[in-house]
Design a protein around this ligand. Structure first.
Ligand SMILES: C[S@@+](CC[C@H](N)C(=O)[O-])C[C@H]1O[C@@H](n2cnc3c(N)ncnc32)[C@H](O)[C@@H]1O
Length: 197
């Protein structure tokens, strides 16, 4: 099922809200040693930028088949052969990827969903030890032109607490990603068991 409040405006407007390369660099995701998974990839705003910057395989997952087709077409048009766009209801059924298959997971503009800890647990499962999960979201302390209702919009400190609850170490504490977002990164520790969520 589509997570709550997860619609987007037209692509032209959406892409104007972000500087994807700058955001990926600020979070240290310009260098990744292995596959990336972009959960709820939308228009591929970050999947395509990540593939271009890292040269790694990017598995772009979304529940909306139209968006997945669009991402696959855009990747082909840009000769980004390492982008693998797939339909998946990640909230209900997970990513379908093997344990430890990824070096990085992107959860961008998605953690206002009904069960953020479940998504983070899935991210942790598919990450190899030492792998990173990156979260960005709309700020609630300034006016923003879009974003989920303030009542369900997670704050940076809440996201950091969720990361720790899900068994990550906060590797990049919350930082501002102008003009409208914040971001942070968690790292899956190298040798610990999964927390019981
Ligand atoms: C607000 S958009 C964010 C898109 C992208 N992450 C970005 O920041 O540009 C949320 C995306 O999550 C997708 N989505 C919602 N529920 C989902 C689910 N259960 N499984 C996978 N994707 C989902 C929506 O279709 C939409 O493309």
């Amino acid at each position: 099922m589509k997570t709550r409040d997860s619609g987007m405006p037209g692509e032209g407007q959406w892409s104007g809200f972000f500087a994807p390369d700058a955001i990926l660099c600020a979070l240290g995701l310009n260098q990744v040693d292995g596959a990336l998974v972009d959960i709820g990839c939308g228009y591929g705003t970050f999947s395509l930028a990540a593939a271009r910057m890292t040269g790694q395989r990017v598995i772009a997952l979304d529940i909306d088949p139209g968006l997945v087709r669009l991402v696959a077409e855009r990747a082909r048009a840009q000769s980004l052969t390492l982008v693998d766009a797939r339909v998946a209801d990640v909230a209900a059924a997970g990513t379908g990827l093997d344990d430890g298959a990824a070096a990085a997971v992107l959860l961008f503009n998605l953690l206002h969903c009904e069960e953020p800890l479940r998504l983070l647990a899935e991210a942790r499962r598919v990450l190899a030890p030492g792998g990173r999960v990156a979260v960005i979201h709309w700020r609630s302390d300034i006016a923003t032109p879009r974003g989920p209702d303030l009542a369900i919009r997670p704050r940076p400190e809440t996201c950091a607490a969720w990361l720790e609850l899900a068994g990550f170490v906060v590797a990049v504490p919350p930082l501002l990603l102008p003009p409208y977002h914040f971001g942070l990164v968690g790292r899956r520790p190298r040798a610990t068991r999964s927390p019981r969520l």
